[in-house]
Design a protein around this ligand. Structure first.
Ligand SMILES: *Cc1c(COP(=O)(O)O)cnc(C)c1O
Length: 386
């Protein structure tokens, strides 16, 4: 089976990991800050905090922005559940904004309309989480303008998007947001096995997230309420977690980062190949906004089902049966049973639901060979053919 995504591990990666294994620190050593500084300088942001998953990064970001009971967080229904769950961890409530039909990202016009209504009803969101679907940035300038007008904060869920650009900046530079987060799960652009990162230009938010990453414990006398009892002294000043990344993982991430830009270029070559090879088939290829350079984490096609004799599910099953490990990204979050139990219903976000009914993610990752690519196209052509 050709998977839809796969990590690349080189001898340099293995050597980097082994060198940590035989060093003094497996965790809380020098590899973590080294990885953080390398990512921060690559994307052009001031502070970067490595954590054990993007889910943890989202949670820390919400906590640092003081999300709590009575507050609302809005995000896109076309995302992984973690983009919304972070609000529930904080006791806040979640709502969604439907997608743009071309980019599959949270639609700024629908956001504007929903904000206008929420203002009238007195339930404006505290945080909006734009998700850079497939690695293509949302329209951050428009979302940022709305945040200025309505006073909400912005966490970019850039789990798909390290190595991508928006206008002149790398995603993660936080020009139009408070915090951005990356995921380093193996299917994403670079990996630390499990892992994530929170990025910000705001010193206070960075300090707060650093505190909460490690139990809410500080060794900084400035943050303490008492004079230190002695050199061993630390204080717990907030309720935090253990969300630390290990040095083993950070060394892998640092090594992977050296190949990031080449990998994104390779993903664009694969996209160009698919775009051309699939042009005659009854499907819609991913659209790219001229302001963006996508990291191309995913390449979803939308089936034009009225032109195909098989159902969405039959196409999916046929591709899998013939060794093409397609997937679907994503089941709209509001349709998950856990969210339906909060009152969300089918029909609430029609563009997201229609997208879900048509979308199939094709394999895309740097190690995909020409032979595999030809195979994906010939199987797909056979399945969709007349
Ligand atoms: C993968 C992903 C996450 C969660 O990442 P983890 O590192 O697995 O916690 C969150 N949001 C989106 C959009 C993702 O794709």
């Amino acid at each position: 089976m050709i998977p839809y995504g796969r990590q690349e591990i080189s001898q340099e990666d293995i050597d980097a990991v082994v060198s940590v294994l035989v060093s003094d620190y497996l965790t809380q050593g020098p590899a973590v800050p080294r990885f953080e500084q390398a990512v921060a300088s690559h994307v052009g942001v001031q502070y970067a905090l490595a954590v054990n998953s993007a889910t943890s990064a989202l949670h820390l970001a919400c906590r640092a922005l003081d999300l709590g009971p009575g507050d609302w967080l809005w995000t896109s229904p076309i995302t992984f559940v973690a983009s919304a769950n972070c609000a529930l961890y904080c006791g806040a409530q979640v709502d969604f904004v439907d997608i743009d039909d071309r980019s599959y990202n949270l639609c700024p016009d629908k956001l504007a309309a929903k904000l206008e209504q929420a203002e009238r009803e007195g339930c404006l969101p505290k945080i909006v989480v734009p998700v850079h679907m497939c690695g293509q940035s949302c329209d951050m300038q428009a979302i940022h303008e709305l945040s200025q007008r309505y006073g909400f904060r912005i966490i970019e869920d850039a789990s798909h998007a390290i190595g991508g650009k928006y206008q002149d900046d790398f995603v993660g530079a936080c020009r139009f947001s408070d915090i951005a987060i990356f995921s380093f799960h193996p299917v994403k652009i670079i990996t630390t096995a499990e892992g994530g990162m929170a990025l910000t230009n705001d010193r206070k938010l960075a300090d707060q997230m650093a505190l909460l990453r490690s139990h809410g414990i500080t060794r900084d006398p400035e943050q303490m309420t008492h004079e230190p009892d002695g050199p061993w002294y630390y204080e717990q000043v907030a309720l935090g977690y253990n969300y630390r990344l290990t040095d083993i993982q950070a060394a892998l991430g640092h090594s992977q980062l050296q190949r990031l830009d080449g990998w994104v270029l390779r993903r664009h070559e694969i996209k160009a190949f698919y775009d051309q090879a699939l042009a005659g088939l009854p499907l819609t290829i991913p659209w790219q906004h001229p302001d963006t350079w996508s990291a191309l984490h995913l390449y979803p096609v939308r089936l034009q089902l009225e032109r195909i004799s098989l159902s969405h599910r039959q196409v999916f099953e046929e591709l899998r049966a013939q060794g093409v490990g397609v997937n679907v990204h994503y089941i709209p979050v509001h349709l998950q049973p856990y969210y339906r139990s909060m009152g969300f219903l089918p029909g609430d976000f029609p563009l997201a639901e229609r997208y879900y009914a048509q979308a199939i993610t094709l394999p895309i990752y740097p190690g995909l060979s020409e032979q595999h690519l030809q195979r994906v196209v010939s199987v797909l052509t056979g399945v969709l053919g007349p």
